[in-house]
Design a protein around this ligand. Sequence first.
Ligand SMILES: [Cu+2]
Length: 318
Amino acid sequence: MALLQGLGAALPEHRVANIFKPLATPAQSEYHIALLVLAITGAIFVVVAGLIVYTIWRFRRRPGDDAKQEPPQVYGSNQIEVAWTVIPILIVFVLIGVSARVIASVQNASPPPQMLKVTLIGHQWWWEVRYPDYGIVTANEIHVPTASATYLELQSADVIHSFWVPQLAGKTDLIPNRTNYSWIDPREPGVYFGNCAEYCGTQHANMLLRVVAQAPEDFKRWAAEQQKPAAENAAFQSLSCVSCHTIKGTPAKGKFGPDLTHLMSRRTLAAGAIANTAENLRQWVKDPQAAKPGSLMPSLQLTDQELGQVVNYLESLQ
Ligand SMILES: [Cu+2]
């Protein structure tokens, strides 16, 4: 348990992905512009709806009105025409200008050289998380230090996905054959919940992401743990798991599925679909399609003995 706490198990969880409670700079700027847009459109709504209600009430039919007599017919007023053309144009230009400024300030923020760099690769239906400066590859959890920013390179291995951790930054797409950028600087240690925000196939809804923000010394400890290779296991290596999964320090070098070197340090299995418990791990390996129908991990029809060996080995990957 002490080890797990070092890895951030005791951190507060920001489960409610609330855009109105931003806890990082990009999300904060976007929150401010959202408030401005809401205020302007809210004011327009109140004026228009107010005029409609007033007109309905003021010009309602009264007893004694002659139903056959038409009301006075008014054709055109230059002043009114000009006003309701010019005012909306001005409002639209103000909104465009303010949005462009915020988008540019978020996008053009150039990363300082010491900033942590993370490459995030979208897969159907999980996230590959690479730390090129540390030689770490993990999945579905981005560990970052607080007190400094993390620069994200966003790529896709198959279809278009979208990175979205509402309390940290707005959506940015992960597009095949292209690299997009985003950055986050969570101020408080905690686990921030995110998800894929671009429909990417059957299990799009189970493509969940966690950002684990830790005090810098805790992040360093986590990174040191992740850099360690795993022990080899003959039973595991004899199975076809190795053609899709990498376990650092062993002959398992598959690239199609998540790197499993430190599987047990993660909170979830199947990209957030189920909690990472011993029982869930066993069920998941036995029949991935039961937990996540459509998942690209096949059921290998392992015998009970093989299943036991695989799960025991995976549980050793701390
Ligand atoms: Cu996706």
